[in-house]
Ligand binder design. Structure first.
Ligand SMILES: *Cc1c(COP(=O)(O)O)cnc(C)c1O
Length: 336
């Protein structure tokens, strides 16, 4: 299978090329790459603030969602008493990976089924816990946190604990019960909502993400931002992407519709595939995961395998999704 016919379904990237307006903005900004960008990406922060209808003091910009996760962990790691970070497992691999690199101890609370066990997570918070990551919809299992669950969790967690609600896949959620971090913010000064241009706007290659929260934690995040962090090219693309919101919203709806089509077809074929609110589906194949990954690769479909647990497959264009169905609905993968 040649490179050209490979379908990339392993990293939850957007299958769509950037719209012309975004490419134009990049080309225009690229004429100034002999110059430094702004010391702090204020122009972009202002555009994000206007987009969400919040004051600019409530927006921090970073090098992707991952960059902001690192900055949050930085705030936890400093001070006389080093704190620990708590998160569900399995969830985003970046949480333990980045925490480990910074020497921040972590604690994992097992998922219940495929979803966050917020009861158990609230009970697991102890004196040393300074930061909780919640991922909704959860990568890689697809389950979203409901608004009532989030409200109950925040009511139980002490305000000295920062709660980061990682909503990088929120734009693909179609279940109306899904928690809405931005609407939840006003009542909770310890809540920080994480968003990214990588997934929702298909700009993974430019590394731009942002956090929205109360001005206290946001000032903390801004204080640990490297000077000149976000290139002007990346800022320009993100600003143009926000201006093209209707087009991106339509793309996200298409992806969500394809996701639901794939899930229906998988279930009809007897394949265990839990509901997903993200731009990916989760196949809990256990010991069959590696063989499934190899079968997909043989068809030119690259998926993300978690050996012994399952495979996460990004929803792409219909052609790539049909390839997934072709492999997954073979007899070997239906429920034993
Ligand atoms: C992809 C991802 C991120 C960060 O992505 P960036 O490309 O760094 O913006 C954060 N959280 C989750 C759950 C992700 O899947």
């Amino acid at each position: 299978m040649s490179e050209q016919h490979t379908h990339r379904a392993a990293a939850n990237e957007s299958p769509y090329p950037p719209p012309p307006a975004v490419l134009d903005a990049v080309a225009e900004a690229s004429t100034r790459i002999n110059r430094y960008p702004e010391v702090y990406p204020t122009t972009l922060a202002e555009a994000i603030a206007a987009h969400h209808g919040v004051p600019v003091e409530q927006v921090a910009v970073g090098a992707g969602g991952a960059g902001l996760i690192q900055q949050m962990l930085h705030l936890v790691a400093r001070g006389r008493r080093r704190g620990e970070a708590l998160f569900a497992w399995r969830s985003f691999e970046g949480y333990p990976l980045i925490a480990e690199g910074m020497g921040v101890p972590v604690r994992r609370v097992p998922l219940r089924g495929h979803a966050h066990d917020l009861e158990a997570m609230a009970k697991a918070v102890r004196r040393r816990t300074k930061l909780v990551f919640l991922c909704s919809p959860n990568n890689p299992t697809g389950a979203a946190i409901r608004q009532d669950e989030l409200d109950a969790f925040l009511a139980r967690v002490p305000r000295r604990v920062f709660v980061v609600l990682d909503e990088v896949y929120r734009g693909f959620a179609t279940d109306p019960a899904t928690a809405d971090g931005l609407r939840t913010l006003p009542a909770h000064p310890n809540l920080v909502v994480l968003r990214s241009f990588s997934k929702a706007y298909g700009l993974a290659g430019l590394r731009v993400g942002y956090a929205v929260g109360h001005s206290g934690p946001i000032a903390g995040l801004r204080a640990v931002t490297m000077p000149f962090l976000v290139p002007e090219v990346a800022q320009a693309a993100a600003i143009a992407a926000l201006a093209a919101e209707p087009e991106y919203a339509a793309r996200r709806r298409e992806v969500a519709a394809e996701r639901d089509r794939v899930l229906r077809a998988l279930r009809e074929a007897g394949v265990d595939a839990p509901p997903s609110e993200g731009n990916f589906v989760w196949l809990p194949l256990g010991e069959r995961t590696d063989a499934f990954e190899a079968a997909c690769r043989a068809e030119g479909l690259l998926v993300h395998a978690f050996p012994g647990e399952g495979a996460r497959v990004t929803i792409g264009l219909p052609e790539s999704n049909d390839l997934l169905l072709k492999v997954a609905t073979g007899t070997a993968w239906s429920r034993p």
